[in-house]
Design a binder for this molecule. Structure first.
Ligand code: FAD
Length: 460
């Protein structure tokens, strides 16, 4: 296995923190705790990204001679948080590629390199795209999220990278490509060139549906604005979001409004959901959904009325965050809740109706953010509860809703927004809403080695 810390990565980390480096180096030692659980049953994992690999590694560390099949099409595993850094010119796209062979040992695990095409929970079975039926005793669903660019009328995926359109989210997890990252870095530079002759109109969108890494649309806004600012340039920025505020936690919301004052002029348009786009004429049409108080003369009272106006915005450059959902085979299954996500209990991560099924990662229908940070906290809860189920014991482990959003407010500064079901949950006793350089250094230099050597191997 080559998931041991390289000299290059170790030097980066040592440069940042000798303490952190020693933790990493000791954790990447080859010694492994002996698996002690003697439980029986065939476990199938669907997915080959953060959640799936974290679950696999933890199960292998816990169970003696486990019977595990992983159904994952991808040999390359994208370190998706790094897509933002590539888009901002701070990492190379090659830095994002991890090799799933380093985590899936085919001498011990059955790896079916395919996708699940059909989930049949009544019969404890999944069927792959090539038609192979796989039975299970226990199923872990870790199929992540799919980006639905085609839901935006007039937009084709191929338009991204043309006509002033970018999207940091664009990636192909099956084939291990992160085109959106490099396209967005080119877009930053096209924007800079355009700003030398006139102030371009730049539009950033965020849908009203849940998305992975909910902070990324604003990260692209602030980083691109800072990129121009550093060069003494500026633009007319519009942030059009389907949400009602910049952030749901008031302290962070306030700090983000303060951040916006750093830049020339940012206009926020809340509750604006991108419906269609005229690629050639550079016009974006939004549905502005809101409530208005109107006076009812008959009953002599004010009442709230829902409105949905069409709003057209012209732009020179647009950064699009697509609507997102679970993958199609899940949408065609009986496994989703009425909001359209995997119907798991928000504490135990067990499916509410099919008790031998668990979820991990973005697919879960729970109220908190869809981030790799959450998946890393799902891992131990899921494994403990699955083992309890296998032993016919009560499920005791509870996920507290932890998620993290490293909001890049400028080059060199991040607000590390950590929160859970109860509210703010900062790991360190610092004013958590303040942008800090230390979080930038942590996110850029330390997080990927931690992800690669500790999280994916189930050591942390
Ligand atoms: C631009 C961007 C920035 C981000 N920034 C951050 C950040 O700063 N911090 C953070 O914590 N998180 C961040 N994230 C989010 C983080 O990457 C995800 O939350 C995390 O990867 C979720 O893990 P997952 O296992 O649920 O899904 P993924 O890691 O996306 O993996 C899904 C896997 O399922 C596979 N799959 C899909 N369909 C099927 C099928 N039918 N059968 C079998 N396999 C299937 C895919 O090929 C893939 O391997 C960011 C994401 C993006 C895109």
């Amino acid at each position: 296995m080559s998931n041991k810390l390289s000299r290059r990565d170790a030097l980066k980390v040592i440069g940042l923190s000798p303490v952190a480096a020693s933790v990493l180096l000791s954790s990447s030692a080859t010694t492994q705790l002996e698996a002690s659980e003697d439980v029986k049953g065939k476990i199938v994992i669907a997915g080959g990204g953060s959640g799936a690999i974290m679950a696999l590694s933890r199960l292998q560390r816990a169970i003696k001679n486990p019977d595990i099949t992983i159904i994952a099409p991808n040999e390359i595993h994208i370190y998706q948080p790094g897509q933002v850094f590539v888009a901002a010119g701070e990492m190379e796209v090659e830095d994002l590629y991890l090799d799933n062979h380093d985590y899936i040992d085919t001498n011990k695990v059955n790896w079916i390199k395919d996708e699940v095409n059909k989930f049949d929970p009544q019969n404890n079975s999944v069927t792959t795209r090539s038609g192979e039926e796989v039975l299970y005793d226990y199923l872990i669903i870790a199929t992540g999220i799919q980006s639905n660019y085609e839901e935006i009328e007039g937009l084709k995926k191929e338009d991204i990278g043309t006509n002033g359109i970018s999207s940091v989210y664009l990636n192909d997890l099956e084939h291990g490509r992160a085109e959106g990252a490099t396209i967005t870095w080119d877009w930053f530079n096209d924007l800079k060139t355009a700003a030398k002759t006139k102030k371009p109109k730049v539009l950033y969108t965020q849908p009203s549906s849940p998305i992975k890494c909910g902070g990324a649309p604003q990260k692209m806004l602030y980083l691109s604005a800072d990129y121009l600012k550093e060069a003494g340039l500026s633009a007319e920025y519009t942030f059009a979001t389907g949400l009602k505020s910049l952030f749901h936690l008031p302290k962070i919301d306030k700090e983000l409004h303060k951040t916006q004052e750093r830049y020339d002029k940012i206009e926020n348009k809340f509750q604006h959901h991108l419906r269609s786009i005229d690629v050639k004429n550079k016009k974006a049409t939004f549905i502005h959904a809101y409530e208005e108080e109107v006076y009812d003369e008959d009953f002599e009272i004010y009442e709230k009325v829902s409105r949905a106006d069409e709003v057209v915005i012209d732009y020179d450059f647009i950064h699009i965050t697509p609507p997102m959902s679970p993958v199609d085979p899940l949408k065609n299954s009986d496994l989703l809740d009425n909001m359209g996500w995997l119907e798991v209990d928000q504490y135990s991560l067990q499916h509410k109706r099919y008790k031998n099924i668990f979820g991990i990662g973005d697919v879960c229908g729970i109220p908190m953010g869809k981030t790799g940070g959450s998946a890393r906290h799902h891992g131990p809860v899921l494994v403990e509860n699955l083992l309890s189920l296998m032993k016919n014991e009560t499920l005791k482990a509870k996920f507290d809703g932890y998620t993290v959003c490293p909001l890049k407010t400028q080059y060199g500064k991040i607000i590390m927004a950590e929160f859970n079901y109860k509210g703010p949950a900062p790991t360190f006793p610092l004013d958590f809403e303040k942008p800090r350089w230390i979080w930038w250094a942590f996110d850029l230099y330390m997080l990927k080695p931690m992800y690669k050597y500790l999280m994916l191997t189930g050591r942390f």
